[in-house]
Design a protein around this ligand. Structure first.
Ligand code: SF4
Ligand code: SF4
Length: 304
């Protein structure tokens, strides 16, 4: 079975055997591009819409193989570092494949609905046995709405897979609503209840996200709210109480607290970016869970 229409999108990873992105064992498809720029993002390579090259300097031995192989003369070794001329680089990925140290990575490749479906459907048996399926994540999966809509439709309606959407919730409700028939579960990030503080750390306000959360609650749509717990940002009692009150009011009963980690920090350097959150404060996940639980919510804490 093939998708009738076969649009393509930019995918930066597909992880199989995932157990943290919805029920059962799942394949998670990570789409590139996001309207938010969260300061703690553990996948900074997901934020730009176009493919990007990462260079892990600590792994590079400056052997010069990639310099020799680059068909566009974009690479040079100078002053004990490998430099890339971004105007000459065509993102062909050859330097990635020839590097003996795995010091380079190309994030993002164009894939069609059929290509993604063919890859994930190899795992259909484990989906069925475990009650799992396919999760679309990002970046923001809804930043490529035509591709995401077609992919969800094919996976859900044609292949019969359980589908889950991991989303920031930042899109007009009218667009969101049209996708719901092909989604079984939404994982919805709520990062901060205060509009100004949300804007300060993510680049956008939270009004549209909260409005969409309200619509989903009114419809009784299956949603698990996700709170990435960031020290000294959204782990304050004020914010947690505001979140608990909001979820109770809009009738969203489930929340998963995601403890703070710094697993993605090396990728910031590899992209030439700076990570600005660094914190020595112990995560307060259990305290957050306790406050949220007082609002009658079904709270889980994800493993770190
Ligand atoms: S991606 Fe291709 S063009 Fe760009 S630096 Fe690597 S080999 Fe050269
Ligand atoms: S091939 Fe790899 S290790 Fe050698 S210079 Fe290029 S990036 Fe560094």
């Amino acid at each position: 079975m093939k998708p009738a229409d076969n649009p393509s999108g930019i995918v930066f990873d597909i992880q199989h055997f995932s157990v943290h992105d919805g029920p059962g064992v799942r394949s998670t498809v990570f789409l590139k591009g996001c309207p938010l720029t969260c300061r703690w993002c553990s996948n900074p390579e997901s934020q730009k819409h176009q493919p990007e090259l990462l260079h892990f300097e600590k792994l590079c031995t400056l052997c010069g193989i990639c310099v020799e192989e680059c068909p566009n003369g974009a690479l040079t070794v100078a002053d004990d570092e490998l430099r890339r001329d971004e105007t000459a680089c065509k993102l062909c990925g050859l330097c990635v494949s020839v590097c003996p140290q795995d010091a380079r990575q190309l994030s993002g490749r164009r894939m069609t609905v059929e290509e993604v479906s063919t890859e994930v459907r190899q795992h259909w048996r484990i989906f069925m046995q475990s009650g799992g399926g396919v999760t679309l994540s990002g970046g923001e999966a809804l930043a490529q709405p035509a591709f995401t809509g077609a992919l969800l439709g094919f996976l859900h309606d044609e292949l019969g897979f359980h589908t889950c959407l991991d989303t920031t919730g930042f899109l007009p409700w009218e667009s969101f609503e049209t996708l719901l028939p092909a989604i079984d579960l939404i994982l919805l990030d709520l990062k901060h209840m205060d509009d100004a503080r949300h804007r300060e750390a993510t680049g956008i306000g939270n009004a549209r996200i909260l409005e969409n959360a309200r619509h989903l609650g009114e419809r009784g749509f299956p949603v698990i709210v996700r709170l990435p717990l960031i020290p000294d940002y959204n782990d304050t009692d004020d914010n947690l109480h505001a979140l608990g009150r909001f979820m109770k009011t809009v009738r969203l009963p489930k929340i998963e607290v995601l403890p703070y980690h710094e697993f993605g920090v090396s990728k910031y350097t590899a992209l030439g970016k700076t990570y600005t959150v660094h914190s020595r404060i112990e995560p307060k996940a259990e305290r957050a869970a306790s406050i949220l639980g007082d609002y009658g919510l079904d709270v889980t804490v994800a493993p770190r």
